[in-house]
Design a protein. Structure first.
Length: 207
C-alpha cells in the first residue's frame, strides 16, 4: 500500500459522512458529541493533508494526523486516536510503501497507544472491543499467508462483530460507564468509529 495521504483522506471522508450516526450513538450512552468531535478532528486533518500534498513518508502523514487529532478533538477520543496514529507513525517512519507485516506492527502499536492512554482493556465497551478482535483476525490471516487486502477484509469483519458485541456489555470506561447496566443494548460509538476507519482503509486498499 502506498500513498498515505489518499488513505487518510478516505478515512476522513468516512468519518465525516458518519457524523450524525456517531453522534446519535453517543447521545444514547454518552454526551452526544462523538460524531462532532471526530468530524472536527478529521476536517482539520483534511486541511493539514492538503497543505502537505507532497509528503511521501507514511510515518510523517500518520504523525500529522495524530497530532492534529490531539490538538483539535476535545473529547476522550481525540487523545486516544491521536496516540494511536502517532504510535503507528513511529513504525512507519521513513516508509513510502507498507506491506502486511508492517501494517500488523502499526496496528499493534496503535492499540498499545490506546491502552497506555486510556487504561482500558477489552470487554469494557470501548473502541478496543472493535480493534483488538480486528488485530487478531488480521494476524491470524497474515500467518496463513493471506494478502494485505484479505487480512484487512477479515479484520474489518471482526471489528463489525466487535461492535455488535459492545451492545451486550456494560460500559466500565469513559462517560458511558456512568450509566452502568443501562448502557446494555447500545453499541459503543468509539467501537463504531474504529470499525468505520478500518472499513475505509480496507476499501482504499482494495481499490
Ligand atoms: P467523550 O466521551 O469525552 O465525549 P467521545 O464521545 O468523542 O469523547 O468518545 C467516546 C468514545 O471513546 C467511547 O465510545 C469509547 O469507545 C472511547 N473511550 C472512552 N474512554 C476510553 C478509554 N479509557 N479507553 C478506550 N476508549 C475509550
Ligand atoms: Mg462523547
Ligand atoms: Mg464529550
Amino acid at each position: 500500500m502506498a500513498n498515505g495521504i489518499a488513505a487518510m483522506e478516505a478515512l476522513a471522508d468516512v468519518i465525516i459522512a458518519n457524523k450524525e450516526k456517531l453522534t446519535e450513538l453517543d447521545a444514547a450512552i454518552g454526551d452526544a458529541d462523538h460524531g462532532i468531535n471526530m468530524t472536527r478532528g478529521f476536517e482539520a486533518v483534511r486541511v493539514k493533508l492538503s497543505a502537505a500534498e507532497q509528503m511521501e513518508d507514511i510515518g510523517g502523514v500518520l504523525k500529522l494526523v495524530g497530532m492534529t487529532l490531539i490538538s483539535t478533538v476535545g473529547g476522550a477520543s481525540g487523545p486516544l486516536y491521536g496516540t494511536a496514529f502517532i504510535r503507528a507513525a513511529a513504525v512507519a517512519q521513513g516508509k513510502t510503501v507498507i506491506d502486511t507485516d508492517i501494517v500488523a506492527q502499526m496496528f499493534k502499536a496503535a492499540i498499545g497507544g490506546i491502552k497506555d492512554r486510556g487504561k482500558a482493556v477489552r470487554g469494557e465497551k470501548t473502541m478496543l472491543d472493535a480493534l483488538e478482535p480486528a488485530y487478531e483476525a488480521f494476524t491470524q490471516a497474515m500467518v496463513k499467508g493471506e494478502s494485505l487486502t484479505d487480512c484487512l477484509t477479515l479484520a474489518t469483519a471482526a471489528a463489525a462483530s466487535g461492535v455488535e458485541y459492545t451492545k451486550t456489555i456494560i460500559a466500565t470506561k469513559g462517560r458511558a460507564s456512568y450509566l452502568g447496566e443501562r448502557s446494555i443494548g447500545h453499541q459503543d460509538p468509539g467501537a463504531t468509529s474504529s470499525y468505520l476507519m478500518l472499513a475505509a482503509l480496507t476499501a482504499f486498499a482494495i481499490e
